[in-house]
Write a protein that binds this ligand. Structure first.
Ligand SMILES: Nc1ncnc2c1ncn2[C@@H]1O[C@H](COP(=O)(O)OP(=O)(O)OP(=O)(O)O)[C@@H](O)[C@H]1O
Ligand SMILES: O=c1[nH]c(=O)c2[nH+]cn([C@@H]3O[C@H](COP(=O)(O)O)[C@@H](O)[C@H]3O)c2[nH]1
Ligand SMILES: NC(=O)CC[C@H](N)C(=O)O
Ligand SMILES: [Mg+2]
Length: 526
């Protein structure tokens, strides 16, 4: 499936973030975009001279990463990065590889620094303008075991710590900077403003990237990509595909047909709600496909989470292709794929490293698919999609809705899925969400759902012995789904909710609550 890189002639200023695999690389993009600076993250091994010429960055940031430059085979920026002629900022590993590649020296530090540290500014710099003064000390966040011990020609130190003599470095003549700490994390108090100094004062960006600008650029890009082709858009009722559908409709009008697939793995009342809400608000053709037997039949006896996603991803495509034929064929399939869906489905260097989950709409897509993908939201985080939804005038019922994964209840029934279990879970989940709404907590919580465990336990009800399923309740707070904390309900709320569920849903006699954050857990149980 091809994904076209944006044509730089259509885009205004943009920063390139080269990813060396840090857990917080995405936060660099978050900080820049919050500051109105458009940027994209691309794996280090894909950024060559052709890419740079096509992308046309006004500045380049090299992210952190787990490797050590002391290992010959560790990742490097391609040489063209240093000759392209725009300012460069290296962060942690990014600083180390700049030094290693430009002739300096990195060693394994005997005093590693993880967490809070304090830098002392030894030289003023445009990077610290309006923030940090020479001689001042400032809190930063460190996470490194190697450190720079000798600078390449043309560089000088601008900040130090007792363990990192080159905690920040600069070659002002070439506008190349490096910091050993992480300005992208909130624990480096002035980090966002330091990044803003780099993008605005040093790279010359004006910070005019807004959702209105994105909307204009993306509709032009969609027209460019689709031409007079026909597009099928998978509409789940979630904010991502709803925003994608409205944006695409704005770009190509009647060339778009939306398809809502009732997989039999939806929540109670979901199909009716989605179809009526969308048809009620938009004059976009919406096909409602009843596919419960198809999906449950294919999932029968399958208990591996990745296989479930592959089956569901593939079956979605089968249905979309079937519907495409009914409207005389379609050249493109549009999905509300988001950046987090992509990040969790592929590794940072496109290599074979750990994939957390193959999101059904990314890793789950079959190779044989004969429609090209249109994924206008692929570079956006969830909260940016909500902002775009509001920009497009989407009803709050869509914009504020908790995310619901495409595989639906299939990944909320660990083990083999059946209609009986899906019905039990649907009823329990509806009561849980009803309790949350009645308590006025829905908008405080990023996502809440029930999970039906493949575990039966003994209970006693009406002096009778029961041997029924265990239900787990999950509720998290998050901003982008990349990290999350469990929501701290009161014990009273949980107790009342558990009682309601056990009383009203046959087949459940025990309710637990999941207090695991992300990481180390993931939001969904599969
Ligand atoms: N039931 C469905 N019918 C049609 N398309 C679907 C369905 N479920 C998922 N999709 C497609 O897969 C993509 C990703 O699925 P996902 O569950 O993330 O839905 P979403 O629209 O992104 O909403 P959200 O993530 O906010 O719940 C969707 O954008 C949509 O294109
Ligand atoms: O469209 C989707 N297809 C999937 O296969 C999938 N798996 C997880 N999710 C959603 O992604 C966010 C992060 O979830 P995890 O922490 O479980 O990965 C949460 O919002 C999850 O609901 C999915 N969405
Ligand atoms: N956070 C990082 O980029 C770490 C860089 C390198 N792996 C080190 O430990 O020093
Ligand atoms: Mg989604």
């Amino acid at each position: 499936m091809e994904h076209t890189t944006p044509d730089p002639s259509r885009h205004h200023e943009r920063i390139l973030v080269i990813d060396f695999g840090s857990q917080v690389t995405q936060l660099i993009a978050r900080r820049l975009r919050e500051d109105g600076i458009y940027c994209e993250i691309h794996p280090f091994n894909l950024v060559d001279a052709a890419f740079l010429a096509d992308y046309g960055p006004k500045g380049i940031i090299l992210s952190g990463g787990p490797a050590s430059t002391r290992i010959e085979t560790s990742p490097r920026a391609t040489e063209e990065v240093f000759t392209f002629g725009v300012p460069i900022l290296g962060i942690c590993y990014g600083e180390q590889t700049i030094v290693a590649q430009l002739g300096g020296e990195v060693e394994t530090a005997d005093h590693r620094e993880f967490g809070r540290a304090e830098v002392e500014v030894v030289e003023s710099s445009p990077l610290f303008q309006g923030l940090w003064a020479k001689g001042g000390k400032y809190p930063v966040w460190m996470s490194h075991g190697d450190r720079v011990v000798e600078l390449p020609e043309g560089f000088h130190p601008i900040a130090i710590t007792p363990s990192a003599p080159y905690a920040a470095i600069a070659d002002e003549a070439r506008s190349v900077y490096g910091v050993q700490f992480h300005p992208e994390v909130v624990h480096t108090l002035d980090g966002a403003r330091l990044l803003s100094n780099f993008t605005r004062n040093i790279c010359g960006c004006h910070g005019d990237w807004t959702m209105a600008a994105f909307r204009e650029e993306m509709t032009a890009k969609i027209r460019d990509q689709v031409g007079d082709g026909r597009v099928i858009c998978g509409l789940s009722g979630g904010v991502d595909s709803a925003v994608a559908a409205v944006l695409i409709h704005e770009a190509i009008g009647s060339q778009l047909t939306c398809v809502f697939v009732d997989t039999g793995l939806m929540r109670a009342g979901e199909a009716e709600e989605v179809v009526s809400l969308f048809r009620g608000h938009y004059n976009i053709p919406l096909v409602h496909v009843e596919a419960e037997d198809l999906f449950l039949g294919k999932l029968d006896g399958v208990d591996d989470p990745e296989r479930k996603r592959k089956i569901i991803g593939g079956t979605f495509i089968d249905v979309f292709e079937e519907e495409a034929k009914k409207i005389g064929g379609a050249d493109f399939l549009a999905q509300g794929t988001l950046y987090p869906d992509v990040i969790e489905s592929v590794s940072f260097d496109g290599g074979p490293s750990v994939t957390i989950k193959s999101h059904h709409n990314v890793g789950g897509l079959p190779e044989r698919m004969n429609m090209k993908l249109v994924e206008p939201l692929r570079e956006l985080f969830k909260d940016e999609v909500r902002a775009l939804g509001r920009e497009l005038g989407l009803p709050e019922a869509f914009v504020g809705r908790h995310p619901f994964p495409g595989p639906g209840l299939a990944i909320r029934i660990p083990g083999a899925v059946s209609k009986e279990k899906a019905d039990i879970l649907r009823k329990a989940d509806a009561i849980y969400l009803d309790q949350i709404r009645k308590e006025g907590l829905y908008d405080e919580i990023w996502q809440a759902f029930a999970v039906l465990l493949p575990v039966r336990t003994v209970g006693v009800m009406g002096d009778e012995r029961t041997y029924d399923w265990v239900l787990a309740l999950r509720a998290v707070t998050s901003t982008d789904g990349m990290t999350a904390d469990s929501y701290a309900f009161s014990h009273d709320f949980l107790s009342r909710t558990a009682t309601r569920i056990i009383n009203e849903v046959r087949g459940i006699n025990r309710v637990t609550y999941d207090v695991t954050s992300k990481p180390p857990g993931t939001i969904e149980w599969e």
